[in-house]
Design a protein around this ligand. Structure first.
Ligand code: FPP
Length: 256
């Protein structure tokens, strides 16, 4: 057994973190995308099955949403299941399908009350069980009029798959070669109205993109906090935004 780990933050008697005073409220990233990494390691450290790490990640997800709402972030995208995650052990895949389904059932009303629009990005016509699709559709339908924050769950999502699907759609439409432009391709992504992420946060200290938002991430600022996803709380989001505000974005140009 590993050494006794610290209690998870949700059991701490602590309070909700305040937005740091040094955070510039006039320079909040419009779109933050997260890779919720480290659930398995968090569970291992506690001698628990990996699935318990995913379960503990739900509190982190909800707290990240609350942090985004407090900051006024308009778009939050979460990597919940990748097109490559089907390669994980069958038990874990089955668990993750059921977990995502039940998470939506548990959380959609409170998210709706908070003004969150829930959307999904990914391949819906490939391998996802029908009952999961049903919960996805119902959650999207319930929350479709909300505009305070758009929470996109990247589910059965792959960046390369998204680009391939866009190219296929263009070919199917008979788009002429001269019309194959960045603007035209963007129009065929899963959510053409979604702005590119300004900030991408991958937890657990791994410095990888893992096939996430490949097209959209071209000029995103990347931040890699060491914290494992189940321990992620809004203060980590605030820290990441502070780091974002210290960076200087040039988009290939020169300092102005
Ligand atoms: C990418 O790393 C990470 C993801 C696709 C996130 C997966 C997240 C979960 C399974 C948990 C979801 C949790 C909640 C609370 C909904 P990777 O492991 O696919 O890629 P890698 O092999 O390059 O590390």
């Amino acid at each position: 057994m590993p050494e006794t780990p610290p209690p998870p933050p949700d059991q701490d008697p602590g309070k909700v973190a305040e937005i740091p005073v040094e955070l510039d409220r006039s320079r909040i990233p419009t779109h933050v995308a997260c890779v919720m990494d480290g659930n398995g390691r968090w569970a291992n450290q506690r001698g628990l099955p990996r699935t318990e790490g995913h379960a503990a990640g739900e509190i982190a997800l909800v707290d990240a949403v609350d942090g985004a709402l407090a900051l006024g972030v308009k778009w939050l995208t979460m990597y919940a299941f990748s097109t490559e995650n089907w390669r994980r052990p069958a038990d874990e895949v089955r668990y993750l399908m059921g977990f995502n389904e039940s998470l939506l059932m548990r959380r959609r009303d409170e998210l709706n009350e908070k003004g969150v629009r829930i959307r999904f990005s990914g391949r819906r016509d490939w391998r996802v069980p029908r009952r999961v699709l049903k919960q996805m559709d119902e959650s999207a339908e319930l929350t479709k009029k909300n505009r305070r924050l758009t929470l996109t769950m990247a589910f059965n999502y792959g960046g390369r798959a998204e680009i391939i699907d866009a190219v296929k759609a263009m070919v199917a439409e008979g788009v002429a070669e001269k019309n194959v432009t960045e603007k035209a391709l963007r129009k065929h992504l899963y959510h053409p109205d979604m702005p590119d992420p300004d900030l991408v946060v991958r937890t657990s200290g791994e410095h990888r993109i893992s096939n996430y938002l490949l097209w959209e991430m071209a000029y995103s600022e990347l931040v890699f906090p060491e914290v494992l996803w189940p321990d992620f709380r809004r203060e980590h989001l605030y820290e990441a935004v502070l780091e974002f505000q210290r960076r200087e974005r040039r988009y290939g140009g020169l300092e102005t």
